[in-house]
Write a protein that binds this ligand. Structure first.
Ligand code: BES
Ligand code: ZN
Ligand code: ZN
Length: 489
């Protein structure tokens, strides 16, 4: 799959030779000079004419025409060398890979040296380039009847470098694994809801457990009735689909205490229930399990890369539909924690399923909890779609999550949760809490409600309602990086 070579790249026979160009005259010449000679000086002309450029994200596909054994060369502009970092390389290579997709490249040779700067090591560059390649090449084709031409996959990556080949090999594996976990999340989210039910999510978790040796537990409706998961079951009450509370445990040590835990909203379709969504608002609600998808994608990465610390995933999976049995506005339900909830809006179902999932996670010895959820339309109004909204009860833990998000290149923005906000969530004539205190501070009400169940356990809530629409698979890498990072402080 990955072949690391310490020899001249000009000899490669790959479908494409991938070259990064920094906007710095010296580096530009260094990389292009041997190629220019092979092309009998014609590359200099291309530079003059602007066909070849180091401007960020400028991609050129140049047929080799027999000048070099590779079929073509793909150059990608990386911008100013001083300003370039991991993310700039990632962005530019993704663009280049997308643009060269029609060529169906099966083998790519990377001239790694051309991606290295004072700020980006060979290892980082190898990870950035491979991650970007495998992210960009993925496409969810769903259930379209296939044409005659099968889609060509990228199967061979040859890396030309003078750096340590084991280190580069490992970095390539990390890059590819990060991309594939994200692609899994994208695929799960894009799958139509009749083919991605709670049972299908459980089946996916089962496959992960088999492949990576995770411990798997799936609670069925009867199990949940026995322990009193009244909030989750209220949402699932109207559904003919069996609901599932899915738990995966990665346990590399003998100690199962204070476990880092990811909780993902797994609403496989959200009609809104009796507080039904307008017809245009229902379309697309198959993505309401995007949080679960990010968590499962992260668990795939964790399975591949085997972090030292224990990690747990908890996914409440059900759809939110209407039937004679469905729960109604004005119902009062009792959550697993014992707290009672007045249902004011059956479309505010995410916080209900997450409430019980979080209480359950704590019973299973969660020590730090990140919940990921397509929770509110309000977060889109507040922050737009390029940011994931966050709420926390613990600043040091939030800082760790934030750092992981920086590394992943995924933007998180914290929203405040005040005592005034909490009071609104705790206002009901008939119960301890209400699930919909009104439009003001919408996204905060949703997150704050979940926080009532996290209580004093360090917790970060990530609302991806907007960000998962703009960037499907979002937060998969942030979670994985968090699990791979040192949690000791
Ligand atoms: N699944 C939705 C949130 C959502 C909206 C996700 C748009 C993706 C795109 C959630 O369950 C919901 O309906 N939230 C309501 C809450 C309200 C009724 C308190 C909302 O945001 O309008
Ligand atoms: Zn809803
Ligand atoms: Zn929802």
């Amino acid at each position: 799959m990955f072949v690391i070579k310490n020899e001249p790249f000009l000899e490669t026979e790959a479908d494409a030779l991938l070259i990064g160009l920094f906007d710095k005259p010296l580096k530009f010449e260094e990389v292009l000079e041997p190629l220019d000679q092979a092309f009998s000086g014609q590359l200099t002309e291309l530079v003059k004419n602007g066909d070849l450029s180091a401007k960020e994200e400028h991609t050129s596909v140049i047929p080799a025409l027999g000048h070099i054994p590779a079929k073509r060369m793909v150059t990608v502009g990386l911008g100013k060398e001083k300003e370039a970092d991991f993310h700039a390389i990632h962005r530019s290579v993704q663009k280049a890979a997308k643009q060269s997709k029609p060529y169906g490249l099966e083998s790519i040779a990377i001239v790694l040296d051309s991606f290295i700067t004072e700020n980006v090591t060979a290892v980082e560059a190898a990870e950035a380039v491979t991650e970007a390649l495998f992210l960009a090449r993925f496409e969810y084709t769903g259930y379209r009847t296939p044409g005659n031409e099968p889609e060509k996959q990228l199967t061979t990556v040859v890396v030309y470098t003078e750096a340590d080949s084991d280190e580069i090999q490992a970095a390539c594996k990390v890059g590819k694994t990060m991309a594939e976990g994200t692609n899994t999340a994208i695929r799960l989210t894009a799958t139509p809801p009749n083919m991605m039910t709670a049972s299908d999510l459980a089946l996916h978790a089962e496959k992960l457990a088999e492949q990576y040796g995770f411990e798997l537990e799936v609670l069925e409706r009867e199990d949940m009735e026995k322990i009193g998961m009244g909030a989750f079951l209220a949402v699932a009450q109207g559904s003919a689909e069996p609901p599932k509370m899915i738990t995966l445990k990665h346990n590399p040590t003998d100690v199962w205490e204070d476990v880092l835990t990811f909780v993902g909203k797994g609403v496989t379709f959200d009609t809104g229930g009796y507080s039904i969504k307008p017809k245009d608002g229902i379309v697309g609600m198959k993505t309401d399990m995007g949080g679960a998808a990010a968590v499962l994608g992260a668990m795939e990465i964790i399975g591949e890369l085997q972090p030292d610390q224990p990690v747990m995933a908890v996914i409440p999976a059900t759809d939110n539909v209407i039937s004679a049995n469905a729960f109604k506005p004005d119902d009062v339900i009792t959550s697993l924690s014992g707290k009672t909830i007045e249902v004011k809006n059956t479309d505010a179902e995410g916080r209900l399923v997450l409430a019980d999932a979080i209480t359950y996670a704590k019973q299973q010895r969660a020590g730090k909890i990140v919940d990921v959820a397509t929770l509110t339309g309000g977060v889109i109004i507040a922050l737009g779609k390029d940011k994931t909204g966050a709420i926390t009860n613990n600043e040091p833990f939030f800082e760790q999550v934030l750092e992981a998000s920086h590394e992943a290149g995924e933007m998180i923005w914290q929203l405040p949760l005040t005592e005034y906000d909490k009071k609104r969530i705790r206002t009901s004539d008939v119960a301890d809490l209400n699930n919909s205190p009104g439009r003001e501070g919408h996204a905060i009400m949703g997150g704050g409600f979940i926080g009532e169940f996290a209580e004093s356990t360090p917790w970060v809530h990530l609302d991806i309602a907007g960000s998962a629409e703009l960037t499907p698979g979002v937060m998969t890498r942030t979670l994985a990086i968090l699990a791979l990072s040192d949690q000791s402080e």
